[in-house]
Write a protein that binds this ligand. Structure first.
Ligand code: SF4
Ligand code: FES
Length: 250
């Protein structure tokens, strides 16, 4: 396949970026999207040009590092697929592909297609954990019975890989889908219920501090999420937030 790529290039956060056009040839339909970018970068390096910076790590859909806006959609055209799992057979020979970074105030561009997603880390640090006494008296986790339905819902929420596509797809740059998945995966389980109220208040406070917008129920996040995290998590988080606000009189 021969393709024309229009890629966002930006040398550093303080510099203005722009779309730059590249041509790549002899791309196999069986290559992943990131392998296609590797081919471009090898070509750029061999011509003494700066390669395109992009985030990646596992390349198997589990780490959440890959994060490209492809032809106007986070992670490209397929449902429930990360950029690293997207293959070139989804595109046509001769096609022009537009590749941009996530666009959100809380995710500033570091270089080219790489954005700073440390805001997500700070939200997790504000409450996305459970406190466990590890002084030698820790119970085996299996001693605490968990209803099957709750375990399944918690597991579904825990599949969120923290990629940020929900933020990138939202017209308000809201992080509600991500935060609600992280709240739900803990509050649905007995071990996570102990700190449930403080957790939801602190994580939402941090989310607001980071500059993410609010949710207006458009649902683009759920459609674009590569792990199909459900909007039901947002509804659960809102209920938890209301009851925690009354309980802790915040
Ligand atoms: S909710 Fe989905 S889109 Fe958002 S960070 Fe988690 S996996 Fe990515
Ligand atoms: S590189 Fe890990 S999810 Fe894509």
């Amino acid at each position: 396949m021969n393709l024309k790529l229009k890629i966002w290039r930006q040398n550093k956060p303080s510099e203005k970026g722009k779309m730059v056009t590249y041509n790549v040839s002899d791309i196999s339909p069986d290559m992943s999207f990131l392998e296609m970018l590797d081919v471009l970068n090898e070509d750029l390096i061999s011509n003494n040009k700066l390669p395109v910076a992009f985030d990646h790590d596992c390349r198997e859909g589990i780490c959440g590092m890959c994060s490209l806006y492809i032809n106007g959609q986070p992670h490209g055209p397929n449902r429930a697929v990360t950029t690293c799992q997207l293959h070139m057979r989804e595109f046509n020979d001769g096609e022009t592909i537009y590749i941009e970074p996530w666009r959100a105030k809380a995710f500033p561009v570091i270089k080219d297609l790489v954005v700073d997603r440390s805001a997500f880390d700070r939200i997790i640090q504000s409450g996305g954990y459970i406190s466990v006494n590890t002084s030698g008296n820790t119970q085996d986790a299996n001693l605490t019975p968990v209803p099957k339905e709750d375990a399944d819902m918690a597991f579904d929420a825990a599949t969120c890989i923290g990629c940020g596509a929900c933020v990138a797809s939202c017209k308000n740059s809201s992080a509600m889908l991500f935060v609600s998945a992280k709240v739900s995966q803990l509050s649905l389980l007995p071990q996570g219920k102990v700190e449930k109220s403080e957790r939801v208040l602190n994580m939402i406070d941090q989310m607001d501090l980071e500059g993410f917008g609010n949710c207006t129920n458009t649902g683009a996040c759920e459609v674009e999420c590569p792990k199909e995290i459900s909007l039901e998590n947002i509804a659960r988080m809102n209920r938890e937030y209301l009851s925690a606000s009354i309980k802790l009189k915040k």
